[in-house]
Design a binder for this molecule. Sequence first.
Ligand code: C2E
Ligand code: MG
Ligand code: MG
Ligand code: MG
Length: 282
Amino acid sequence: RAKKNISDNFEYFAPEIEEKTTWQLNMIRRLRNDFADRKLQLWFQPQVDLVTEQVVGVEGLLRWPDGDGGYISPAVFIPLAEYSGLIVDIGQWVLEESCRRIQQIKQNGYEELRVAVNISIPQFRDRCFVQKVKDALRNFDCQPSRLELEITESVVMDEPQIVIDALRTLKDHGVAIAIDDFGTGFSSMSYLQKLPLDRLKVDRSFVSDIKPGKSAVIVETIVTLGNKLGLSTIAEGVEKREQASYMIKLGCDEAQGYLFAKPMPFDELMVLLEEKGKTVNE
Ligand code: C2E
Ligand code: MG
Ligand code: MG
Ligand code: MG
């Protein structure tokens, strides 16, 4: 549909399209170079038990410095990394970096903590994906259950059989599986049965808008669905105390959001865990 409009107005739209493509190609080239120069970073955002507020896990999130003290948003560069295929190598690095951190976390005495990693569809299309995950775990001497893979509904819908097979094998190996941004994609409920899930991540859009009304019904239904399927549930993007209280009331288990902590470099995470540990012991 959009295509037809573009060709109808070809002369008018063409320069704009060309400009965007140049910008995209430029960004992809910069990303490739910066990745090769080891400039990408993996930050970590705590996930807490909603009742005790203890940190039970972290999600690894890519950070790409813009060379000017800031960062280019993953919302901008992940789609480009996927489109260009770079995500396969970058994702492999994220996986290895996560396993290296799991090892360090264990050495620092927090062996219970799990580390979640976002996985994109091109990674699943790589026939060696399952083996690569197993190798990363083994190379860093990780207990597989400390690693959690996060996939969105669109990843499942894109290649259902490949994704289901890969996840079943990894689940048998002990790896945990979470469904990310739940409720935003168009998924078939039947996949909830077929996927070997451990956790359901309630999308931020439902958590941030929980005044009485439709979104409250949706968030309540999602948490109930998760609970009834025997899955752990985690609320994404909790920014306010009321949101946390409301999620507790609904029976949600965990939360991840600015109210508790923003994504941070690994060293800061270690400081935070150290401080939390102290207050618990005192
Ligand atoms: P996601 O996996 O749903 O990650 C959660 C996003 O929500 C993160 O954005 C996080 O910083 C943000 N967030 C967490 N708590 C709050 C909150 O209280 N308020 C608000 N406003 N935002 C919150 P981020 O880091 O910008 O990442 C965006 C997306 O980029 C991720 O969404 C994920 O889809 C993708 N991404 C990031 N790192 C990776 C990666 O290593 N591999 C892949 N394939 N995708 C990644
Ligand atoms: Mg995620
Ligand atoms: Mg998410
Ligand atoms: Mg999201």
